[in-house]
Design a protein around this ligand. Structure first.
Ligand code: NDP
Ligand code: 2IT
Length: 467
C-alpha cells in the first residue's frame, strides 16, 4: 500500500465522514435508520438497540467512532449466505429446508459461532445471534469474530439416518464458505454431538482435510475435553463471581433452571458441585419442580433421557414423582437464583415480577437473550444482579476457541488444563464488566459487557481501514 492509500484508510481522512455519520446526532436517528434498513427484524433490532444504548455515551466522548460511521458498519453483516437444503426422509419423500450462515464481523478474528437447527430459525434470529456473538467473542479476549448459522430443520422426531442425510446436504453447500482460518461453526439449539459429527464427517470428505473447521467435536474426532460442559460450567463460574463481588456464594442457594439441553444440564451439574440446590428444568412442553433438588443420579437420568433417548422432561416427573407443570416455565417457583438456559424471550415482564416477588436475587442468562427488555428493566429497577448472556454464557465459545488452538497445534489438553483456562476467562469477563459497568456503587453488567465488547471490535475495525 502506498503512503497515500494508507492515509486514505485512516480515521483522520475527512472523506470517511459520510453524510450518514453526521446525521446520527442522536440514538433515535440512528435506531430509526436501523429499523428502516432491516424491516420486520424485531430480534435483531432489539439486540442492536441494547448495545447502542450502552455505548452511546462512550461514542460522544470519542467522536472518532461517530465520524467514521462505525455504528452503521458494525450493524451491517459482512456477508449473509442463504441456501437450499434438499434431503429425503426414510420413506423417500423429498424435503427442502433453508440454510443460512451470517458472517457478521471478522475484525478481531475468523468468523465464529454456532449452528442452530430449529423450525423457528430465520434471518432475523440469526442476525441477532451473530451480532450478539460478535461482542461475546470480543469479551472472551480471544481472537474470534462473530457469526451464526443454521436451518429451519427440526431434528425432533427424525431418525439418525434422516439427521445424517440432512447434515450432509447442509454441509455440501456450507463447506465452500468455511475453513479453519475463515469461519468455524459449532453447535447451538438442535445441534449437538451427533449433528457436529455428521457435519464434520461430510466437510472432511468434501475437502479431504482433517482440521479444526468445526468445534464441539467429540474427543475421538479431535474435540476439546470440557467443550460439552463449557457453557453451563462457565455460566455458574460467572454467577459465582457475581456473588463473590457481594460477599456471597452458591452454597445452599435455591436455583431454578429452564431448558434441559446442553447448557441446562451442565449449569445444573456445576451448581450442584458448588453446593446449590437445583429445583427445576424444562423443555418446550413444560417444567418439572423437584423441591428436594437434583442430585448426580437424577442428573444422569436427565442426560440419558435427553441425549440418548431423546425423550421429554415430563418423564422425570413420572420417575421421581414430582410436580410437572405442563406448558409452563419455571419462573413462578420460589428461588434465590434463576438461570434461563432454553431460548430467547422466555422471561417476560410478568415472569420477572413473579421472580422478584418470590425472592429471586440474581438472574444470569445461559441462553442468548432469554429475558425480554421489559423483564430486564424489572430486574434492574428491583436491584437484582443481572448477568447478560454475552458475558454469562461466553464460556462455550471460549472453549471452542481453545479447541481451535489445540487443533492447530495437533494436540489435546487435559480436562483440568481446559477448566483452569475457562475459569480464568470467566473471571476476566467479570472484571471487564465491573471496569466498564460500575455506576454509583452498583454494577450494570449489561453496560459493562457491551462497552468492553464494543471497544476491541471498533478499534480493530478502525485500524483495518474502510473494509
Ligand atoms: P439444546 O438444543 O441442547 O437444548 C435446548 C433446550 O431448550 C431444550 O430443553 C429445548 O426443549 C428448550 N427449548 C428450545 N427452544 C425452545 C422454545 N422455543 N421454547 C421452550 N423451550 C425451548 O440447546 P443448548 O442447550 O445448546 O442451547 C440453549 C440456549 O443456550 C440457546 O439460547 C443457545 O443459543 C444458548 N447457548 C448455547 C451455547 C452452547 O455452547 N451450546 C453457548 C452459548 C449459548 P425441546 O427439547 O422441547 O425443544
Ligand atoms: O451462542 C454461542 O455462543 C454458541 N452457540 C457457541 C458458539 C461456538 O462457536 O462455540
Amino acid at each position: 500500500m502506498t503512503e497515500e492509500q494508507l492515509k486514505s484508510n485512516t480515521i483522520d481522512n475527512p472523506e470517511l465522514k459520510t453524510n450518514g455519520a453526521v446525521g446520527y446526532s442522536s440514538i433515535d436517528t440512528f435506531l430509526k435508520r436501523v429499523k428502516e434498513k432491516n424491516p420486520g427484524e424485531i430480534e435483531f433490532f432489539e439486540a442492536v438497540k441494547e448495545v447502542i444504548d450502552s455505548v452511546w455515551e462512550l461514542l460522544e466522548k470519542h467522536p472518532r467512532y461517530l465520524h467514521t460511521n462505525i455504528l452503521e458498519r458494525l450493524t451491517e453483516p459482512e456477508r449473509v449466505i442463504m441456501f437450499r437444503v434438499p434431503w429425503t426422509d426414510d420413506q423417500g419423500h423429498v424435503h427442502i429446508n433453508r440454510g443460512y450462515r451470517v458472517e457478521f464481523n471478522s475484525a478481531i478474528g475468523p468468523y465464529k459461532g454456532g449452528l442452530r437447527f430449529h423450525p423457528s430459525v430465520n434471518l432475523d434470529i440469526l442476525k441477532f445471534l451473530a451480532f450478539e456473538q460478535t461482542f461475546k467473542n470480543s469479551l472472551t479476549t480471544l481472537p474470534i469474530g462473530g457469526a451464526k448459522g443454521g436451518a429451519d430443520f427440526d431434528p425432533k422426531g427424525k431418525s439418525d439416518s434422516e439427521v445424517m442425510r440432512f447434515c450432509q446436504s447442509f454441509m455440501t453447500e456450507l463447506y465452500r464458505y468455511i475453513g479453519p482460518e475463515t469461519d468455524i461453526p459449532a453447535g447451538d439449539i438442535g445441534v449437538g454431538r451427533r449433528e457436529i459429527g455428521y457435519l464434520f464427517g461430510q466437510y472432511k470428505r468434501l475437502s479431504n482435510e482433517f482440521n479444526g473447521v468445526m468445534t464441539g467435536k467429540s474427543a475421538e474426532s479431535g474435540g476439546s475435553l470440557l467443550r460439552p460442559e463449557a457453557t453451563g460450567y462457565g455460566l455458574v463460574y460467572f454467577v459465582s463471581e457475581m456473588l463473590q463481588a457481594q460477599n456471597q456464594n452458591l452454597e445452599g442457594q435455591t436455583i431454578t433452571i429452564s431448558g434441559s439441553g446442553n447448557v441446562a444440564q451442565f449449569a445444573a451439574e456445576k451448581s450442584i458441585h458448588l453446593g446449590g440446590k437445583v429445583v427445576s428444568l424444562s423443555d418446550s412442553d413444560g417444567a418439572i419442580y423437584d423441591p428436594e433438588g437434583l442430585d448426580e443420579e437424577k442428573l444422569a437420568f436427565v442426560k440419558h433421557l435427553k441425549n440418548e433417548k431423546r425423550g421429554r422432561i415430563r418423564e422425570y416427573a413420572q420417575k421421581y414423582d414430582v410436580t410437572y407443570l405442563e406448558n409452563q416455565t419455571p419462573w413462578n417457583i420460589s428461588c434465590d437464583i434463576a438461570l434461563p438456559c432454553a431460548t430467547e424471550n422466555e422471561i417476560g415482564e410478568q415472569d420477572a415480577i413473579a421472580l422478584v416477588e418470590n425472592g429471586c436475587r440474581c438472574v444470569a442468562e445461559g441462553a442468548n437473550k432469554p429475558c425480554q427488555p421489559k423483564a430486564v428493566q424489572v430486574f434492574l429497577e428491583n436491584g437484582l444482579l443481572f448477568g447478560p448472556g454475552k458475558a454469562a454464557n461466553a464460556g462455550g465459545v471460549a472453549v471452542s476457541q481453545l479447541e481451535m488452538a489445540q487443533n492447530s497445534m495437533h494436540t489435546q489438553w487435559s480436562r483440568s488444563e481446559v477448566d483452569t483456562r475457562l475459569q480464568e476467562i470467566m473471571r476476566n469477563i467479570h472484571s471487564k464488566c465491573i471496569t466498564h459497568g460500575e455506576a454509583g456503587g452498583n454494577i450494570n453488567y449489561i453496560k459493562g459487557a457491551n462497552i468492553a465488547g464494543f471497544i476491541k471490535v471498533a478499534d480493530a475495525m478502525l485500524q483495518q481501514g474502510l473494509v
